[in-house]
Design a protein around this ligand. Structure first.
Ligand code: HEC
Length: 394
């Protein structure tokens, strides 16, 4: 994962200035976004009967079929042009990041399959689906897959996997209803205690960013909390969420027309979050952070000045640093890096660099102390060099 991010960064930085590069695969890259998405969904459908069945995946009689599906899926993903996603999600870094991770996972799945590492390949292919969630949990705008999960029988999915697949295919109504059913089921909490929190956080992301529905979230949270069986630390976070949602339900909708509107709203979300949180990465402020990310992903396209863009990237980094575990461990680091390059001579760039450095050191510290791998050291040094040379990227 960490390695994937390094290569991505090079890509994200390049892409900031690319648009003019010649590409031999122009026709494929020009295909409409919804069409390419539908093609990916078709590939997912073909792979599904094998993906969640270890034995079927390694069975020699399925080998040719799986190999060709994996290749096809990987090719489709590699031909998607993130630029085309911008009308739906304004924030190009999120688009680049998710697509690039998706491509990396699929390349890995395909290569390891060819090398006979079937279980590794299966896990990589499964992991690739979390990137569908990443983008699809930001906006509902657009279509849904042309097929239903019920059409594929005997999948043996774990609850969390099923919820993710419903979002991958953009069947939001079904996804939310399914998640609510699970969250209200005492058996789910008992048998999948570990997944309960993950599911609750994903539910929250969807209901806030995709559905914009504070009332519905409140109702669900109340039911969950009233049951009294929720682990204490989750109930404590959920109290913070209730506080945010209650205030939100009473709010008048405020339009975001320009940079000033955007930052006023985002700053106010951050202040509210900090007031609810008891410590820096406390999840109790997540509703505020999720709303801040929604405003920023959307509002990014309004920003023209590098200083404003850098500020938005920094805020996204801060929010995602708290919101981790939404299937995007290192997303915040990419935002800090992009921020440092956006307006490289500014004091904000220094701050972004500092937060990236701190996050990397945290990520690699263990009982034996901190041991930052060479690539990561090089990454920091490289970034510093670019900042010193740099003028603002556009
Ligand atoms: C880079 C972000 C991103 C990733 C990664 C991504 N999607 Fe999408 N997807 C979108 C956006 C934005 C839309 C809404 C626009 C649209 O409908 O095409 C969408 C729409 C779709 C649609 C509806 C297309 C239509 O006809 O309107 C399907 C189906 C879909 N995605 C499937 C998938 C699957 C399956 C995956 C994972 C293998 C995936 N997507 C990964 C961003 C993404």
């Amino acid at each position: 994962m960490r390695l994937a991010v390094i290569s991505l960064l090079a890509l994200a930085v390049l892409s900031a200035c690319k648009s003019t590069t010649n590409d031999s695969t122009t026709t494929a890259k020009d295909a409409a976004w919804p069409k390419q998405m539908q093609n990916m969904a078709q590939d997912v459908k073909k792979l599904l009967p094998f993906l969640y069945d270890r034995e079927a995946y390694r069975d020699p009689k399925n080998r040719d079929e799986i190999r060709s599906y994996l290749r096809e899926f990987s090719q489709v993903a590699h031909h998607i042009n993130p630029e085309k996603g911008k009308p739906f999600i304004g924030d190009d870094l999120l688009l680049e990041y998710s697509l690039s991770n998706l491509k990396d996972d699929l390349t890995r799945a395909s290569k390891s399959f060819d090398a006979g590492q079937y279980e590794y390949s299966r896990l990589a292919a499964k992991a690739s689906l979390s990137h569908c969630f990443q983008c699809h949990s930001v906006t509902q705008a657009g279509g849904k897959a042309g097929w239903d999960l019920e059409q594929v029988h005997n999948l043996g999915l774990q609850p969390l996997e099923k919820a993710d697949l419903l979002v991958a295919t953009r069947k939001y109504d079904k996804a939310l209803a399914y998640m609510e059913g699970l969250l209200n089921s005492p058996e789910f909490l008992q048998n999948h205690a570990f997944d309960f929190e993950s599911l609750l956080r994903r539910y929250l992301a969807l209901i806030i960013r995709v559905e914009n529905a504070p009332q519905r979230a409140l109702k669900e949270l109340d039911k969950i909390l009233e049951r009294g069986a929720t682990p204490h630390y989750i109930a404590e976070q959920a109290n913070g969420w209730r506080q945010s949602l209650t205030a939100w339900a009473k709010e008048k909708k405020q339009p975001i027309r320009n940079a000033k509107d955007l930052f006023a709203q985002v700053d106010s979300r951050f202040k509210k979050a900090a007031a609810i949180q008891h410590f820096e990465k406390d999840h109790a402020g997540d509703v505020e952070y999720l709303r801040a990310t929604a405003a920023l992903h959307e509002g990014m396209k309004l920003l023209k000045a590098p200083a404003d863009q850098a500020r938005a990237l920094y805020m996204l980094g801060r929010a995602y640093e708290v919101l981790d575990e939404l299937g995007s461990w290192n997303l915040h680091e990419s935002y800090y890096e992009a921020c440092a390059l956006k307006d490289p001579k500014s004091s904000l760039a220094e701050r972004c660099f500092g937060r990236l450095e701190a996050s990397l050191y945290m990520g690699y510290s263990g009982s034996a102390g901190t041991n930052l791998p060479l690539e990561e050291r090089a990454r920091l040094k490289n970034l510093k060099d670019q900042m010193q040379r740099g003028t603002a990227t556009h």
